[in-house]
Design a protein around this ligand. Structure first.
Ligand code: ATP
Ligand code: MG
Ligand code: FE
Length: 332
C-alpha cells in the first residue's frame, strides 16, 4: 500500500510517503520561530504548521514520485503533543481522507518513535527493550509487538531532552540546546565535574534535581570567578551529558537484566546524542546485547515513523472514523 504520513505534534511539520513498507520521502519543516523564546510557543507552533503543511505534503509527493490519487491511506499523529499543533495535522488528514475516500489511520507519536526501527534493516526482534528519550518523554518500554507495548518505567518529572534543553538555557545557549550541548561536549572532559545521580527506585527516572544542581553550580562558580562558564563550556557540557547518559543507561541495564531481553533499542530526539550512542554501543558489547540505534533523521520528529506505523496498522485493518479527535496525552 501507499501511505501518506503526517506529523505535527510539536514544532516539526513533516510529511512522508511509504510504499509497501519502504520510505520514499520524508520532508521535515523545522520551525525556527521558537529559538528566540527559549522554548516552543504553542500558539506560534500551530500557526507555523498551518503554513508548512501543504508545501511539506506537496514536496513529499514530488520526491516520492507519487500522485495524490494513488494514496491508499493517510496516517497522522493523533497524540501525545500540543493540542493546537495536533489539530492541524489531524484536520488535514481527515479532510484528505474524506476528499479521496480512503481510510484514516491514527498513530501514537511515542509508539511511532519506537517503530522508526522498522524503517530499515536490521530490525529488532520482539520482544525488545526500547529507551525512548525525547523532548517530552523518557520511557523504558518492553515492545512485544508493533502495537503491544508495556511501559516499564518513565520520568517522574523532566524528560531527558528537557534536561538537555534546560541546562543549555542555564548556560545561555538557544533552544533547542540538546544538539549544542552534544557539540560542546566533544573535546570536553566528562570527568571534570561530578553532578549528582538521582536515587530513584525501580525503573523510573528523575532529572529535575540535576537541573537544580547545575543551576547552583553555575551561580556559585560565576560568583567566585566571573566568566567561569564561558571558559569551561566544553568540560561543563561533557560532564552534564555524561551524567544524563549514565542515568539513562543504568536503568536500561537494569531493565535488560530484569526482563532477560537482549535486543535493546533507543529512540526519540535524544537518541541523536553522540555520547548516548557511543556509551550504549560500548555497554551493549559488554552485555552481549544486539543494539539498535536509529539513523539521525529518524531520531527527532519526522513523518517517516508515522508512515511506517501507518503501514503496519493498514496491514492490520486498523482504521478510525471522521469523528476522531487529537489527544494531548496518550499512553504508549
Ligand atoms: P516528544 O516526542 O516527547 O513528544 P518532541 O517530539 O519535542 O517530544 P523530539 O523531537 O523527539 O521530541 O526530540 C527533541 C529533543 O531532542 C529536544 O529536547 C532536543 O534538545 C533533543 N536532542 C536532539 N538532538 C540532540 C542531541 N544531539 N543531544 C541531546 N539532545 C538532543
Ligand atoms: Mg521538536
Ligand atoms: Fe517526538
Amino acid at each position: 500500500p501507499i501511505i501518506l504520513g503526517i506529523e505535527s505534534s510539536c514544532d516539526e511539520t513533516s510529511a512522508a510517503i511509504c510504499i509497501d513498507g519502504k520510505i520514499r520521502s520524508n520532508i521535515i519543516a523545522n520551525q525556527t520561530i521558537h529559538e528566540k523564546y527559549g522554548g516552543v510557543v504553542p500558539e506560534l507552533a500551530s500557526r507555523a504548521h498551518q503554513q508548512n503543511i501543504i508545501p511539506a505534503v506537496e514536496q513529499a509527493f514530488r520526491e516520492a514520485k507519487v500522485h495524490k490519487n494513488d494514496v491508499d491511506a493517510i496516517a497522522f499523529t493523533r497524540g501525545p503533543g500540543l493540542l493546537g499543533s495536533l489539530l492541524v495535522g489531524t484536520s488535514f488528514a481527515k479532510a484528505f481522507a474524506l476528499a479521496r475516500n480512503i481510510p484514516l489511520i491514527d498513530v501514537n507519536h511515542m509508539q511511532a518513535h519506537i517503530l522508526a526501527h522498522f524503517i530499515e534493516e536490521p530490525v529488532p526482534r520482539f520482544p525488545f527493550l526500547c529507551l525512548t528519550v525525547s523532548g517530552g518523554h523518557t520511557q523504558l518500554v518492553l515492545v512485544k509487538d508493533y502495537f503491544d507495548m508495556e511501559l516499564l518505567g518513565q520520568t517522574l518529572d523532566d524528560a531527558a531532552g528537557e534536561a538537555f534543553d534546560k541546562t543549555a538555557k542555564i548556560l545561555g545557549l538557544p533552544y533547542p540546546g540538546g544538539p549544542l550541548i552534544d557539540r560542546y561536549a566533544q573535546g570536553g572532559n566528562p570527568l571534570a565535574y561530578r553532578f549528582p545521580e538521582p536515587q530513584i527506585p525501580g525503573l523510573n527516572f528523575s532529572f529535575s534535581g540535576l537541573k537544580t544542581a547545575i543551576l547552583y553550580f553555575m551561580q556559585q562558580k560565576e560568583q567566585e570567578q566571573p566568566g567561569f562558564v564561558q571558559a569551561n563550556i566544553h568540560d561543563i557540557c561533557a560532564s552534564v551529558q555524561a551524567r544524563i547518559v549514565s542515568v539513562l543507561l543504568n536503568k536500561l541495564r537494569r531493565a535488560a537484566e530484569a526482563s532477560g531481553v537482549r535486543d535493546v533499542a533507543i529512540a526519540g530526539g535524544v537518541s541523536a546524542n553522540s555520547g548516548l550512542r557511543q556509551s550504549l554501543l560500548a555497554l551493549g558489547e559488554r552485555q552481549g546485547w544486539r543494539v539498535f540505534i536509529p539513523r539521525f533523521e529518524y531520531c527527532t520528529d519526522n513523518a517517516a515513523m508515522i508512515a511506517i506505523a501507518g503501514h503496519y496498522k493498514y496491514e492490520a485493518d486498523d482504521f478510525v472514523g471522521q469523528e476522531v479527535a487529537p489527544l494531548a496525552r496518550w499512553a504508549v
